[in-house]
Structures are given as C-alpha cells and as structure tokens.
Design a protein around this ligand. Sequence first.
Ligand SMILES: Nc1ncnc2c1ncn2[C@@H]1O[C@H](COP(=O)(O)OP(=O)(O)O)[C@@H](O)[C@H]1O
Ligand SMILES: Nc1ncnc2c1ncn2[C@H]1C[C@H](O)[C@@H](COP(=O)(O)O)O1
Length: 222
Amino acid sequence: MNLREKYGIPSNAVITIAGTVGVGKSTMTKALADALHFKTSFEKVDANPYLDRFYEDFSKWSFHLQIYFLAERFKEQKRMFEYGGGFIQDRSIYEDTGIFAQMHKEKGTMDPVDHETYTSLFEAMVLTPYFPHPDLLIYLEGSLDNIIDRIHDRGRPMEQQTPIAYWEEMHGRYEKWIDSFNGCPVLRLNINDYDIVQNPENVEMIIARIGHFIEKTAILRK
Ligand SMILES: Nc1ncnc2c1ncn2[C@@H]1O[C@H](COP(=O)(O)OP(=O)(O)O)[C@@H](O)[C@H]1O
Ligand SMILES: Nc1ncnc2c1ncn2[C@H]1C[C@H](O)[C@@H](COP(=O)(O)O)O1
C-alpha cells in the first residue's frame, strides 16, 4: 500500500502550500508530490519577466507583476481542474491579494487605483462558484531569523538586495492573514517541528497529519 492509500488521502485532492518567501514551500511541494505520486504546480520565478524589475522598483512594476501572477495562477488552477486534481501547489492564489498586493498598496508602492483594478479582476475571477478552492491549505510557519537564513542560503540575487525590513513586514502580515483566512481548511506546520531536508523520513509524519486532518474535516463537514 502506498502512503496516499495508507493515510486515506483522496487521489483527486488539491493541496496548496502557503507561507512567506523562503519558508520552504517549493521544497515541501516537491517532497509531498513525490511521496503521494501527485502532480506539482510551481509558481514561475526564473522565467518571470517582471520579478527582477519589480525588486528594482516596486512602485513601477507592482501592478504588472500582480497581473502576471494572477494570470499564471489562474491558468494553473484551470490545469489542475482539467486533470481532475491530484496536485500539490506551491503558493495559493489567496496570498497574492491577501499579502502582496495589500502590502504594496498600504506601503505606497502600488497605486490605489491600480490596486482597485487588480482587486476587482481578482474577485471576478476567483470569488465565483466556478472557482474550485483547494481541499487543504498547508501553512508553513517559522521564526523570522530562520526564514531570513533560508532566503540567504538560497541566494536569489534580487532577494539578497532587498532590505530585511521587507521580509519582516511580510512575516508579520502572514501571521495576521492566516488567523483570519477561511477560504478552505488550514493545517499549520511549524518548520522547527520537522526537517524534511536532513531527514526525508519526516515526510511520512506530515502525510499522516494531512490524512488525519482531511478525515477530521470531512467528518465536521457532514
Ligand atoms: N526543511 C528544510 N530544512 C532545511 N532547509 C530547508 C528546508 N526546506 C527548505 N529549505 C531551504 O530553504 C530555502 C528556501 O526553500 P524554498 O522551498 O525555496 O522556499 P519557498 O518556496 O517557500 O520560497 C532553500 O534553500 C531550501 O533548500
Ligand atoms: N504576488 C506576488 N507579488 C509580489 N511578489 C511575489 C508574489 N508572489 C511571489 N512573489 C515573489 C516573492 C519571491 O521573490 C518570488 C517567489 O516566491 P517564493 O515564496 O520564494 O516561492 O516571487
């Protein structure tokens, strides 16, 4: 029996991994997809035409980048739906609006009119009965120091040049955002409670938690 069957995870489940930059979403996405024999949906970072320019000048490029991410995530959403599920997704669509667009608007690096245009597009696309929400959102959390170490170790140039205050602001916003998020069931995992890089066998422990959580939420929904 494989791990998916052992822990009762439906083969058509869509599980999205959320959390601040550098917390370990991509690593977790790959580990869970390998172990469950699920497909992956990654966000476009290296081939993203706006990301470098955005980090050089937030005010000039924040609207372009949000539109780009929205289009990419929506296409991915469609792809997952067409396959009939069985996906682990690296970052949810909810974080684009709930964290990034909101933060840049409030910090004055996204024009309020651009923000309104972006939000109305987001709502028209996502807040409809036709938009399938994930079965589960796994929220990765950890201390700011650990996360900043990971951003430095990963070494993406544009992120190294970004002031620590940016990551600190984002970290604080994520903590508040997840406390009020109700788009789908949420399982919180602290990155200090496991290390799937040094100890890959910890992946089974996480899958066991996902299985129990899905079972519990299914019972509550009945
Ligand atoms: N469980 C872990 N233990 C140690 N290092 C990790 C772990 N998960 C991720 N990392 C490292 O942290 C960095 C950021 O991880 P990544 O998965 O790219 O984060 P995200 O997708 O959230 O931005 C990478 O260098 C990765 O190798
Ligand atoms: N919606 C977004 N707005 C601004 N920046 C974003 C958005 N989504 C992702 N990003 C940035 C943050 C990182 O530099 C890269 C990739 O994110 P990661 O959390 O490392 O997967 O894109």
